[in-house]
Write a protein that binds this ligand. Sequence first.
Ligand SMILES: Nc1ncnc2c1ncn2[C@@H]1O[C@H](COP(=O)(O)OP(=O)(O)OP(=O)(O)O)[C@@H](O)[C@H]1O
Length: 224
Amino acid sequence: MLLQLQNITKGYGEPGSHSYRAVLNKLDLQVASGEKIAIVGPSGSGKTTLLNLVGALDQPEQGDILFEGKDITGYSTAELATFRNKHLGFVFQLHHLMPQLSLMENVLLPLLPQGKGISKEQKEWAEYLIRKVGIWEQRDQKPSQLSGGECQRTAVVRALMNKPKLLLADEPTGALDEENAKELTELLVKLSNEEGVTLVAVTHAAALADRMDKKYLLKNGKLV
Ligand SMILES: Nc1ncnc2c1ncn2[C@@H]1O[C@H](COP(=O)(O)OP(=O)(O)OP(=O)(O)O)[C@@H](O)[C@H]1O
């Protein structure tokens, strides 16, 4: 198993106080390496809360999160940051590209904090991905000169630059029209299949959820 959530409890407010509100309640989840899963559920059911835990952006009150069998719940903030950079990629509803940078520069940006410069291999990996998602012709254009679908494909390439084992997507097609949403869905499936990336997608979009290997409904703090 790549990822295991065991008996996860998480809420907001002071635990034990009357203001405390449980969101996730003894939740379990297992994701195998290379698997694609969708998490669906009504607004307020806790999808973002769950994704923040899986993405090592927040810690559970109880329970364990195992990544490749290692428990990450005891990690310090610095250890979690290292863990995120090494193993995880993120795609959001909005692309969050830097407007003053070109498509290519946006893609290479996550590599800069490593302080080692950009290697030939990394440049080749960027070129390979940009071609693969079909935006090579647009590589020197700024986000304002790209379509919404092209921006989102750029964000996917950027998320894969560090060769993450796990790609976390929060409503990745949420801001796209039907046709572009379909294209991005097929692209995510293809990248997962061909590059072996495990995908956890939180979504309201049935078209995306139905293309995943498994679909979980978040209800009453648990996945069914
Ligand atoms: N920082 C916070 N402090 C207090 N309550 C919070 C906080 N974040 C979320 N909540 C509450 O926890 C519950 C779950 O929120 P969450 O954002 O995880 O739901 P969601 O399923 O992602 O919803 P949506 O689909 O609308 O994005 C909601 O009732 C929300 O109001």
